[in-house]
Design a protein around this ligand. Structure first.
Ligand code: 5GP
Ligand code: ZN
Length: 113
């Protein structure tokens, strides 16, 4: 999608530190990490956010969770990790392309607001 930051990252127009890629999913390091490990996992096909998911496009979410689990093992997040998706302005979504934050490598805080 035009003018979408993450679509530009997928297209290689904006550089990123990729940690996983296949036909449907890309994972790359967050530019402003909130934890020692902070990876963004995104579908290559543009979806605005979790509010735009329905029966027709949720299969990629299962794939994203499988990628998250695989990366967590590779990165030895054996004590646990967190997967977060922010939705819309109240949810704190700043990039309107569905993405899941994989956070770990430290004991994470639990405050949500
Ligand atoms: P949101 O706030 O929408 O849930 O998450 C967007 C995330 O994208 C933020 O954590 C932010 O640091 C990250 N981000 C924004 N611009 C870039 C960029 O150009 N490259 C990378 N790797 N991450 C970015
Ligand atoms: Zn996009």
């Amino acid at each position: 999608m035009e003018n979408c930051l993450f679509c530009k990252i997928i297209a290689g127009e904006i550089p990123s530190e990729k940690v996983y890629e296949d036909d449907e999913v890309l994972a790359f390091k967050d530019i402003n990490p909130m934890a020692p490990i902070h990876i963004l996992i995104i579908p290559k096909k543009h979806i605005d956010g979790a509010d735009k998911l329905d029966e027709s496009n949720t299969a990629v979410v299962a794939k994203i969770f499988a990628v998250a689990s695989r990366l967590a093992k590779e990165l030895k997040l054996d004590n646990g990790f967190r997967i977060v998706t922010n939705v819309g302005s109240d949810g704190g979504q700043t990039v309107r392309h569905l993405h899941f934050h994989l956070l770990g490598g430290a004991k994470l805080k639990t405050e949500l607001c």
